[in-house]
Design a protein around this ligand. Structure first.
Ligand code: SAM
Length: 285
């Protein structure tokens, strides 16, 4: 089993390597956590699994045993060599390259004979958000995602209205998926140990049928209304769109919002409604 600290050090030593910080290399060294992730994701022999950043293969090894097949993307050629030397299996396909640049639709044909497909990954933390956005937006096949992420980021991705973790990232996710926190993971479960704890989250892509024509414009609106964290919605709209403050107050009061309301109090449905009214008012000016 790869997932223990002495084995991980032994492999890195054998190949004369150190973990590369710039690639977010913190390897899982706790076999129980790996089993728990695979369990949580309900992986079985009819499941295809896509993994981003297999590293030396601690999680990959368990996925290969429990799933129908695994497709993984690794940017670091040193890791790819280790994987090819140590984890060569018929149901494992290793692609060397930057996951953010791959043509997903084409690659996902690998899973054509699988009943279901899931993404399970201990993500390189420096590109957590771009990876999640790519998976939610560039693929129509996979709806089920299990990610190990930095604890604070996991709290924000799964944040609920009125909580301190709720912000533009929570809305971005809630707009197109259902998100839940699965469990926390201590920093000591990794080698080298990162500065912060981690967590595993589950995202399920969902079509919520929001009547939004220009998604990019809506997401910009979300960024703007959360930009000044401790300020009111009036202030965020005024500054974000360079508007007259009194006009913004009237606009919000016509929608029965108090002057003191903050974006953190609104759920995604209310934000969609607010955006639509905002567009209408802009158009009629
Ligand atoms: N899955 C392994 C584990 O749990 O022990 C390693 C996880 S480590 C946090 C993240 C991995 O992602 C590293 O192996 C790193 O080289 C790889 N990586 C970093 N950037 C990447 C990218 N753009 N595309 C694919 N893999 C990447």
């Amino acid at each position: 089993m790869i997932a223990n600290i002495s084995k991980t050090k032994e492999i890195l030593n054998k190949y004369n390597l150190n973990a590369k910080k710039q690639l977010g290399q913190n390897f899982l060294v706790d076999g129980n956590i790996i089993k728990r992730i695979v369990n949580e994701a309900n992986v079985d022999k009819k499941t295809g699994v896509l993994e981003i950043g297999p590293g030396i293969g601690a999680l990959t090894e368990e996925l290969v045993i429990n799933s129908q097949k695994v497709l993984c993307y690794e940017k670091d050629s040193d890791m790819v060599k280790i994987l090819l030397d140590n984890l060569h299996q018929d149901n494992l396909k290793i692609v060397e390259g930057d996951f953010l640049k791959v043509d997903l639709d084409n690659d996902l044909h690998y899973f054509d004979d699988c009943e279901k497909v899931k993404v399970i990954s201990n993500l390189p933390y420096y590109i957590t958000t771009p990876i999640i956005i790519k998976l939610l937006e560039d693929n129509n096949r996979i709806t089920d995602f299990y990610f190990m992420v930095q604890k604070e980021v996991g709290m924000r991705l799964t944040g609920k209205p009125k909580s301190k973790d709720y912000g533009s990232l929570s809305v971005l996710i809630d707009f197109q998926a259902n998100a839940e926190m699965c469990f926390m993971v201590k920093k000591t479960c990794f080698y080298p140990s990162p500065n912060v704890d981690s967590c595993v989250i589950h995202l399920e892509k969902a079509d919520k049928n929001f009547p939004i024509e220009d998604k990019k414009d809506f997401l910009q609106f979300v960024q703007k209304i959360f930009a000044l964290r401790r300020k009111t919605l009036v202030n965020n709209l005024t500054v974000g769109y360079n508007l007259d403050k009194e006009e913004v107050k009237t606009f919000l009061s016509n929608l029965n919002y108090k002057e003191t309301v903050r974006s953190e109090e609104l759920d995604v449905r209310e934000i969609v409604k607010l955006y639509q009214e905002f567009l209408l008012t802009k158009k009629n000016k």
